[in-house]
Ligand binder design. Sequence first.
Ligand code: FES
Length: 150
Amino acid sequence: MRVSREEYQQMLESELSKTYSSKTVDHALKPRNMGRIEVASGYARITGPCGDTMEIWLSVDNKVIGEATFMTDGCVTTIAAGSMVTEMAKGKPLDEAIQIGQQDILESLDGLSEESRHCALLASNTLKEAIIDYYEYSRDKWKRSYKKQW
Ligand code: FES
């Protein structure tokens, strides 16, 4: 039996819906802000204890996050957490965005199972590091060319 792309998408969605909230499934299957910013003003890459890595790029103007993007090699819930944290960060001043924590992401996704909660922590930690990176290099922009990254 041949399954069309749409049928496969529906099957996947209904399978994931057994375990995850509809918001999590939506962000996992249609991730927002996935990709990189070529000339970013803040960047971080963190590998969590589970071995999954998340990267976040920020474009900052007047201490406000204009664009936030992410990439990950992680699981379904890591993709959902990266999508959600970048959505939450966009348009926020840096001092507000740096306060987005694991719990905020969990609430925005309508919760995650106990074994997936660390995916939200990886997302919030990566965002925080990207903001710290922005602060570190905003004063001395020339230093960025000496930092090994993207
Ligand atoms: Fe480790 Fe998702 S399983 S970040």
